[in-house]
Design a protein around this ligand. Structure first.
Ligand code: URA
Length: 244
């Protein structure tokens, strides 16, 4: 059986963005943290990172932020960018301010374009992130595309062929499946994630995507009641569902 990892209280809280180790010393001196109702007084106390720690360890009587290994699903709104380095409207700004100071950092699992909406996963777990985006895993991603022109009728065969060569790509796209919803709307399922892939695939078929929305990643669908810009933390079952 693997041993439960432990971390000093000040290191744990600093990693979760509660402040520098000095600031945490001050918060502890002010009796801001309690474990099972008892005030914590020692910053060097070793904390076992058990799944229930967030409920047992309180900050001003509020449960602690999620422990490392966090996965969040967001309904990415139009116009937000999946980048840590750009100015402007970043998806990370939609998360609580303290979460933006966490170490390891929270990053998006792959990227959605600024003009794409829908299911975006974010995590601080680098191993999990790499598993989801690994070509070996073939995690399917479903996108609903709204088109400027009527479908011609041959797109499904073209996209499924495994022979569609996009400009400046060395290899053709892997076979992708297309479900036609109406003359100008279709759902495309990809198992890879090339730059602007959906838009470029439809452009190669003589069309233009006017709106793009990601519906699901693996076995995890975006819930209809998650409003644009809203997010929530995934449970273990939902994390597993992403891998299919
Ligand atoms: N394909 C695109 O063209 N854009 C996205 O954001 C995702 C997939």
């Amino acid at each position: 059986m693997s041993k439960t990892p432990t971390l000093r209280l000040d290191r744990l809280l600093a990693n979760l963005g509660y402040g520098s180790r000095r600031e945490i010393q001050m918060l502890v001196n002010r009796s801001c943290f309690r474990l099972d109702g008892e005030v914590l007084r020692k910053v060097d106390q070793k904390m076992a990172l058990t799944a229930d720690l967030c409920d047992r360890l309180q900050y001003f009587r509020e449960p602690l932020d999620p422990l490392p290994g966090l996965v969040v699903m967001m309904n990415k709104p139009l116009g937000a960018t999946c980048s840590h380095n750009e100015a402007g409207d970043l998806v990370y700004r939609l998360l609580p301010e303290r979460w933006q100071k966490r170490e390891p950092k929270i990053s998006s699992v792959g990227r959605l374009d600024k003009d794409t909406t829908g299911l975006l996963l974010l995590t601080d777990d680098g191993d999990w992130l790499h598993q989801v985006i690994s070509p070996k895993r073939d995690v399917p991603k479903r996108y609903r595309a709204t088109l400027a022109r009527d479908l011609r009728g041959d797109e499904g065969v073209l996209f499924a062929s495994g022979k569609l060569q996009l400009e400046s790509e060395k290899t053709p796209c892997l076979p992708a499946s297309l479900e036609v919803v109406s003359a100008r709307e279709a759902v495309l399922t990809l198992t890879e994630g090339r730059y602007h892939q959906v838009r470029r695939m439809f452009a190669a078929a003589g069309n233009h995507v006017t709106a793009l929305h990601r519906l699901s990643v693996g076995g995890l669908a975006l819930p209809e009641d998650l409003a644009p810009g809203a997010f929530r933390v995934l449970g273990e079952g939902e994390k597993a569902a992403v891998m299919g």
